[in-house]
Unconditional design. Structure first.
Ligand code: SF4
Length: 282
């Protein structure tokens, strides 16, 4: 049987912000001994399992990190969480991605200048919640039905959103009458590159494997892209989920991965896609 031609999208492996957050967390563990993360550090079960093995636990509330250090993940956090850490004497390791920090700074500036801030993104996503936290009462999540009563509107976008969502939101808001509409395209370049690579791969491959956490917003977006291209798709978090029989006798298989998917999983998935009958390594 001829092995399938397997194309792996680039970039893959951790993005800059996730790599930095994981590195800072591990260094924090060495330095402080007891380290917790405020919410899941990344939306990937394999990474969380690895951290758990190293004794790094996830907590939901700040006070649960008493006696240790608390990592603020790449999504950032509302400012109140940092104030609470200070009050409770909890050390913090702030791994907010610099690109997310930039969005937080932009919305704070807009708030100070009297703008109503509209965030285009998923209401319950931790990054959006962290951005809203920096807007105070001046923040709203975009909805197509919104009719904010204000003359000055500032728009930012969740770093993992597809650009069409921003364009759509801006087109809708432009129809309303504002004296001023300021738009900041805060989409992360890393995310855009992965989405563009997914489009290219979905055009060519017969079957596309999307690798990443099911609760990862950016990985789900890659799956949406592949689905929209009408391609057969497998969405897996780990190699054990790969149905070998589906991979046999394929001419071309594409592999795309979210920004919180470790590079080693992508490599293993690609190896199995190429040779589904070979024993799984590890
Ligand atoms: S996807 Fe972009 S914004 Fe999000 S953590 Fe990675 S580098 Fe930062």
């Amino acid at each position: 049987m001829k092995p399938a031609l397997v194309t792996v999208a680039r970039p893959n492996g951790f993005c800059f912000g996730v790599e930095r957050a994981v590195r800072m967390t591990k260094l924090g563990k060495k330095r402080f001994g007891r380290v917790y993360t405020l919410g899941e550090l990344v939306h990937n079960p394999l990474v969380l399992e690895e951290l758990e093995r190293e004794g790094i636990r996830t907590v939901r509330r700040v006070h649960q990190a008493r006696g240790g250090a608390l990592v603020i993940r790449a999504h950032g956090c509302p400012p109140e969480a940092l104030v609470r850490c200070k009050e409770l004497g909890i050390k913090t390791i702030d791994a907010t991605c610099p690109y997310v920090r930039k969005v937080q700074n932009v919305v704070r500036r807009m708030k100070e200048q009297g703008y109503l801030v509209v965030v285009v993104g998923e209401r319950n996503h931790p990054e959006v919640r962290s951005i809203l936290g920096h807007c105070g009462a001046a923040g709203r999540v975009y909805s197509a039905r919104m009719r904010p009563r204000t003359s000055k509107l500032g728009v930012v976008v969740q770093t993992t959103m597809p650009r069409e969502r921003l364009r759509e939101a801006v087109a809708n808001l432009s129809r309303l009458r504002y004296t001023e509409l300021r738009v900041f395209d805060t989409i992360c370049g890393e995310v855009t590159s992965r989405q563009e690579a997914a489009v290219r791969i979905a055009q060519k491959a017969e079957l596309v494997i999307v690798v990443g956490g099911r609760n990862s917003a950016n990985t789900s977006r890659l799956a949406e892209i592949v689905r929209a291209a009408g391609k057969e798709m497998l969405f897996v978090e780990r190699t054990s989920e790969l149905p070998r029989e589906v991979l046999r006798n394929r001419a071309g298989i594409g592999v795309v991965a979210g920004s919180s998917t470790p590079a080693w999983v992508v490599r293993e998935v690609a190896a199995i896609a190429k040779n589904p009958d070979k024993e799984e390594q590890k």
